[in-house]
Design a protein around this ligand. Structure first.
Ligand code: NAD
Ligand code: DAU
Length: 364
């Protein structure tokens, strides 16, 4: 923290979906009393358009760098007195990890090791303790816990053993283990959050909800994997951003907190809700009203190793920190759809070029 009490945040992956929502949330909440340095290499999932509204702020800096590049990351720590690291940067899509696992190990495992090493080097004192007030938050996923049975009383807790199945979740589990090792070995000041499925503005349309919204509006088929009855626990992204901030400020160091919405739904239910909400929100006379319908639903081959059910019990974060989800799904999905209506250019831009190639290859 500098003399004026301004904390400096190093956010990795801030040009992605959750990272950019987090940056907007933090500036809305703290204004000029924080500084944010956003380091992102801008993969297909990173988009500086997401941050247009903050890019001219004096207390925001973007650095294009790869988190696996030790020198680039060490330089950021050397040139800035970083108080908080919030580590989002990752390869995040399960289907891509099934096709090309290597980059997931590279970014998610090696990249996390580089982030931890650079923070440790910058924050460690000669006696092995750490400078006061420094904190690292590793943003992880509920997928590390594996899959739950079709039983509405079964939940993931912080004590649930790790059992990842996809290359993505295995790489995130490995990165969590590295953070745990740093906390256990060096007393490195960190927390881990394991969150359920997010949805909201700026989500890349390879993920279920924006893909369904985009396809339905264009009258394209809506691909449902397997029987459509896999369950995910959906959380509005701003609630996740709030949880991350609350854990970092109020959580006990070295602890893991599960973050979830208590909003478990089958994929097919999600698709039906989206179709109904689109019908409700599209104005009379809009030509898209004619093709937004259940007729577009198309059952396709199942995802390999498809986890059946995820559901978080957010008891610990509620009891210790007072966080709970605020946005009900009916409201969150309306906000999300309204955002996509208002940002048609954004969708056009991200679905041009490489996205087309990915889509054709993935859904052929
Ligand atoms: P995203 O794919 O939208 O964004 C990832 C960002 O990281 C992009 O901006 C990308 O350019 C950047 N990035 C990728 N590789 C990088 C590298 N080597 N160096 C620097 N930057 C790099 O992902 P997201 O959905 O916003 O997820 C963010 C984090 O939250 C991930 O760690 C993910 O595992 C975790 N998470 C996501 C969800 C979810 O539902 N999306 C839920 C729980 C946890
Ligand atoms: O649980 C948290 C995780 O949620 C995060 O760690 C990941 O980064 C994030 O991508 C997400 O993973 P999922 O695999 O659950 O999300 P996705 O949107 O890819 O899929 C949600 C469900 O919808 C899943 O059961 C697969 C199914 N699905 C997905 C797509 C893209 C379909 O049926 N059809 C599709 O076309």
């Amino acid at each position: 923290m500098n003399k004026e009490g301004v904390k400096t945040y190093l956010v990795t992956g801030g040009a992605g979906f959750i990272g950019s929502n987090y940056i907007h949330y933090m500036f809305k909440k703290y204004g000029d009393t924080i500084r944010i340095i956003n380091v992102d290499v801008l993969t297909y999932a990173g988009n500086l358009e997401n941050l247009k509204a903050v890019e001219d702020r004096d207390n925001y800096t973007f650095v294009k760098a790869d988190i696996t590049d030790k020198e680039a990351i060490a330089k950021i720590f050397a040139e800035n007195d970083i108080d908080r690291v919030v580590h989002f940067a990752a390869e995040s899509h399960v289907d891509r990890s099934i096709r090309n696992p290597e980059v997931f190990v590279q970014t998610n495992v090696l990249g996390t090791a580089v982030m931890l090493n650079c923070a440790k080097a910058a924050w460690e004192l000669p006696d092995g303790s750490f400078k006061e007030g420094k904190k690292f938050l590793h943003v992880s996923t509920d997928e590390v816990y594996g899959s739950l049975p079709d039983d509405e009383n079964a939940f993931f807790y912080e004590t649930t053993p790790y059992d990842p199945h996809s290359p993505y979740s295995a790489s995130k589990a490995s990165s969590d283990m590295l953070v745990k090792a740093y906390m256990d070995t060096y007393k490195f000041p960190a927390n881990i959050t394991n969150c359920s499925n997010n949805y909201g503005p700026y989500q890349f349309p390879e993920k279920l909800i924006p893909l369904i919204i985009n396809n339905a509006l264009q009258g394209k088929k809506l691909p449902v994997y397997g029987d459509g009855k896999n369950v995910r626990d959906w959380l509005f992204v701003e609630d996740h951003a709030k949880a991350i901030d609350m854990v970092q400020e109020k959580g006990r160091l070295f602890e893991t907190y599960n973050v979830g919405g208590h909003n478990e739904k089958q994929n097919i239910q999600i698709i039906e809700i989206i179709l109904e909400t689109l019908q409700e929100m599209l104005p009379e006379g809009d030509p898209r009203k004619a093709h937004v319908s259940k007729d577009l639903i198309t059952y396709v081959e199942d995802r390999k190793g498809h986890d059946r059910r995820y559901a978080i019990a957010p008891d610990k974060i509620k009891a210790e920190i007072g966080w709970e989800p605020e946005t009900m799904f009916a409201e969150g999905i309306k906000k999300t759809i309204a955002w996509f209506f208002e940002n048609e250019e954004w969708m056009k831009n991200v679905t041009s070029g490489d996205y087309q190639k990915y889509y054709e290859e993935m859904y052929k």
